[in-house]
Design a protein around this ligand. Sequence first.
Ligand SMILES: Cc1ncc(COP(=O)(O)O)c(C=O)c1O
Length: 369
Amino acid sequence: MSDDESRRGFAGSAPEADGPRPVPQLAAIAPYVMGKPPRRDEPQGAKLSSNENPFGPSPLAIAAAVGALTSVNRYPDDQGALRARIAAFHGVEPANVIPGAGSDEIIHLVCAVYLEPGRRLILGSPPYGIHRVAGQLSGAELVRVPLVDWTHDLSSMAAEARPGDVIAVTNPHNPTGTAVRPDDLRALLAAVPRECVVLVDEAYHEFMDDDVRVSAIGMLDLHPGLIVSRTFSKVYGLAGLRAGYGIGNPATLEPLDRVRTPANVNSVAMAAAMAALDDTAHVGRTVTLTVEGRRRLEDACARLGLDHVRSQTNFVLVADRDGWPEALGRDGISVRPGANLGVPGWHRVTIGTPAEMDRLIAVLDLLFV
Ligand SMILES: Cc1ncc(COP(=O)(O)O)c(C=O)c1O
C-alpha cells in the first residue's frame, strides 16, 4: 500500500508553454480533495468526512469571537497574549510557543525552514497528507517508512535518520487512528541525530485512551529539534477559524517565527482560541461523547464482521464491503474515501453526535444483519 495510490489518476501539472513555471517538484503534487458534505437534498445530512467536532465550538469561544469582530479594522496584536495563554496551559514559556493559522501552517513552516533539496523528510506510509505535500514542495527527498500494524514503525524511522533530516510522526495517526507507545517515541528522540527536527503532530491528542495519552511536550528535554504541533480544529471545534500552534525549544522555533506571516492567526480566531482553552467542561463533554461514539462504532463493526482499525482519535478506518459507504451516502451520511488518503479499499468515518451514530449504525445493521 503506497500513498502514491492517493494520486492515482493525477496527470501532473502542465504549465502553459509561455506562462509562469512552478517549481518542478510541484508536478508530483495532486490537488487536495476535501471531505465532502452530505447530499444537499438530505435534510438530516451528517458530515462525517473531515474529523471535525460535531458538537460545535464552546459558547465561551463564540462569545469571544463575536466580541472580537468589532475591532477587525485593526491588525491582530503581536500574538503575545495567545502565546502566553498557550504557554500557561502547557506549563512552558511563551518562547516555547509558535502560533499557526491551523497546525497545517506549522507543518508548512517546519518544512520551509528545515528542508531543501538534498535533505530528507522521513515519514510513515501512508502519511498525513499535509506532511507529504509540505515535504514535496520543499524539494527534499521523501523517505517513506511503511506503517507496521497500521502504526508508525519508529525504530525503522530512527534508523533512517541523518543530520539535517526532518522526521514526522503523527500521534495518533491520520488516516489510521493508531498511537505510538510513549517509550518508543522517547527511544526515537534519544536515537536520532541532534541536527534533525522531529515533528510530532498531536492533532487528536485529547481523544486518546488514558494509558497511551502521553504528550511529547513533556519530552522537549530529550531532543533540541522536537516540535509538537497542536490544533484548535478538533476537540475545541474551531476548524473554520484556523488556529493551531507548535511547542518546541526557542532556538528551534525562532527561525520559523522569522518567516511566519506576522498576523497569521487572525484576531477573531485568537479570541476564540483563548476562550476555548478556558472551557474545560466543553472539552470534557466532547471527549466523553466522542469516545463513547467511537466505542459504539467499533463494537458495531466487530458485531457485523467489518474489518476496522482500533482508534485513538475521533474517527475510525473501516474496510469497504458490500457497498456500505454508498448505503450511508444514500442516507445523507458522508464519509471519507480511503483512496484519497493512501488507504484504498477503506473509508474513514468521523465520530458524529449520538443521534448521527444511531443513524449510521442503523444503516449498517440494515445492510449486514
Ligand atoms: C494529523 C493532522 N494534523 C493536522 C491537521 C490539521 O489541523 P489544522 O486544522 O489545525 O490545520 C489535521 C486535520 O485533519 C490532522 O488530521
